[in-house]
Design a protein around this ligand. Structure first.
Ligand SMILES: Nc1nc2c(c(=O)[nH]1)N[C@H]1C(S)=C(S)[C@@H](COP(=O)(O)O)O[C@H]1N2
Ligand SMILES: [Mo]
Length: 319
């Protein structure tokens, strides 16, 4: 049970919220997730009570999967969003502090028409589609998520990339006073990610505004995040505020922290282990603690669509 972190501070110092959290996390690890989720008695709103607005989206049959979708509860309560803490339940508990309005996204750099977009313009820039994507974290767990959004290429084309644009950098929001996790220095905030231009223009690269037919909850990256399903989850930055087109490869957050563990490409690859986690298999969230692990697929199963982008690239060197 190495995942279970027991509190090391005296019980008298623990605030009610921490008591609630450690109890809930403990219950979850003890396989009593359903009991834990009904924690309304502790005064914390549960996922079921949230009243996010509906976001109309048309299912796109080209992006359908045979896999059963992960539950809305798991998708919105088991998250990585380090700005709100490194625990899996921290974003669920803390992200309501994120201010998501007003919100603008500037698109700049190697483009003929740099522009700052209001989030309401971005919501209307292209038809909203629902696509079910398999998402794989480098920590060897995965989910199947019905996202609402459209291809990132729509936005990039709108600003007219110049011939010098070879990479795209995504900077995510930093609201220090609302983000308790940013007091820790694990990351040199703000969180920055990037793609090669051809990866960013690939139709699978998606700007996401919603999940399960509703606007994104903050813990999933409201009001706009990226979803790049053939890459490890850390490439899919949440709550994006700036997109910069560049001639050179940007220095991204995880490459900066641990270049031997995290590469710029970060394509899902069962044959290249991370120093701390084998990438051969994964745990599908929601299957229960004792569910069998599933084999991880090259490019997370999207090889038919994306393998040609990497022809001639050594994937052991470029992990
Ligand atoms: N800004 C920001 N974006 C982020 C992260 C983060 O810590 N901060 N974590 C990444 C990681 S490691 C993963 S696995 C996915 C998780 O997305 P989800 O919680 O919506 O499933 O978000 C990615 N985007
Ligand atoms: Mo991740």
């Amino acid at each position: 049970m190495s995942r279970l972190k027991l509190p090391t501070i005296a019980p008298s110092e623990i605030t009610p919220e921490e008591v609630w959290r450690s109890r809930r996390v403990w219950l979850k690890h003890a396989g009593m997730g359903a009991v834990a989720a009904g924690a309304g008695a502790f005064g914390v709103p549960s996922w079921a009570q949230d009243a996010r607005s509906v976001l109309a989206a048309t299912p796109n049959p080209n992006f359908r999967l045979p896999d059963e979708a992960t539950s809305e509860k798991d998708i919105t309560s088991y998250n990585n969003y380090y700005e709100f803490g490194t625990g899996k339940a921290d974003p669920f508990e803390n992200a309501h502090k994120l201010q998501v309005r007003p919100w603008t996204v500037s698109v700049e750099g190697e483009v003929a028409r740099p522009r700052t977009f209001d989030i309401d313009e971005l919501l209307k820039l292209a038809p909203m589609e629902e696509r079910v994507y398999r998402m794989r974290c480098v920590e060897a767990w995965s989910m199947v998520i019905p996202w609402s959004g459209y291809s990132l290429s729509h936005l990039l084309k709108a600003v007219e990339p110049t011939s010098k644009a070879k990479f795209v950098e995504f900077t995510t929001v930093l609201q220090k006073e609302n983000m308790p996790g940013t007091r820790s220095r694990i990351i040199d905030w703000p969180y920055v990610e990037g793609l090669r231009m051809d990866e960013a223009m690939h139709p699978l690269s998606m700007l996401v505004f919603g999940v399960y037919g509703k606007q994104l909850p903050s813990q999933n990256g409201a009001p706009m995040r990226l979803a790049v399903p053939w890459k490890y989850g850390f490439k899919s930055g949440k709550s994006i505020v700036r997109i910069r087109l560049l001639e050179n490869m940007p220095l991204t957050s995880w490459v900066k922290i641990a270049p031997h563990e995290y590469g710029f490409y970060a394509n899902v690859n069962p044959d290249v282990p991370h120093p701390r986690w084998s990438q051969a298999t994964e745990r599908r969230i929601g299957g229960g603690f004792f569910a069998p692990r599933v084999d991880t697929l090259m490019y997370n199963g999207y090889g038919e669509q994306v393998a040609s982008l990497y022809a001639g690239l050594d994937l052991r060197e470029n992990y």
